[in-house]
Design a protein around this ligand. Sequence first.
Ligand SMILES: [Ca+2]
Ligand SMILES: [Ca+2]
Ligand SMILES: [Ca+2]
Length: 357
Amino acid sequence: MKSRLVRTLLAGLACLCAFLAPVRGESVLVLDWNILTYNNPGSPEYEALVRIVQALNPKVILFQEANNASGRAAFMATFSTQYPYSFLGAPYSENPRNQILSAYPITLNGQIFTADPWGGSFERPTIWADLDVLPARPGPELRVYSAHYKSGTDSRDNTLRLNQATDDANHITAFLTANPEGRVYYAGDLNCEVGSAPITTLLQAQTTLTRQVMLDPNNGSPMTRWPSGRTIDHAFYSATLAGKLLNPFIFHTNTFPPGTVPPPALANDSHTASDHLALLVTIDIYSLPADLNQDGDVDDLDYESFASCMTAPGVTATGGCVKADLDYDTDVDQADFGLLQRCFSGRNIPADPACAQ
Ligand SMILES: [Ca+2]
Ligand SMILES: [Ca+2]
Ligand SMILES: [Ca+2]
């Protein structure tokens, strides 16, 4: 009886340890693409879209022009296991709109409506969603935006594009001011090129955004729109994601050497599916809990943040101190300090990802 009791207790402890072991990270493949329309289920355009998503298998999708209700419903049903979470932006009638599909829970989402110089709000807002990439760690780890700026060249179009960029830049700035460690990935069809006023507005210092250069790895081209060859689809990341975007590229089935297109995609699928090309990037969601400021090391700065939060066992941490609860048992106590000590690497020295094991 005794040995069975001991075995049960040990098994229980093992479970507890597994539960408390900090989650360290996830590589999040994000696809951004203006798909023109889902098209009707069964059409060549729709089937090419499905094959490309199957070939790339992203964790998060940012779509623009996600219209055609029947195609959209068929797509979401086909990928319901892969993307159990989704958010469809306005308008809800069949006009081009933005959509976010996610393998991770969406904890919060919203739409940014922009003033239309013709009166009212522009019908097609930028949309955003907070993603809980690491469910074992409190709070969401990534915020994504899907944007589609007004096309055209008349005065209203130019004003609207700049208004959209200004509103989105302000939205990102407000988010990062309230959440200095928030991670932002912003992408979409901005209908303007590098150097234009909307792009410059997004890149103003307070957004902390950097534009991610995207190239087709098979020919080095930055083109995202065909047949015009313009580069009007863009991706940006916040300073908190500096160094965390891996392998950015433009996906273009037509430029792969013969026989090398990732299956089940076919050679001409990019052009069959849409008049834009897809942007892909892997975002490294770094999650070593002891690295409180998430800059890669565990140093005196992390210790200072931690020390100001340390209390006693069983005292629930609140506000900015939740991040100092390194073993996720709600308090900031000696056990958390032990984890910090084990992970301490020193300034600018990458912490050992296995330190907390
Ligand atoms: Ca989380
Ligand atoms: Ca650090
Ligand atoms: Ca704790």
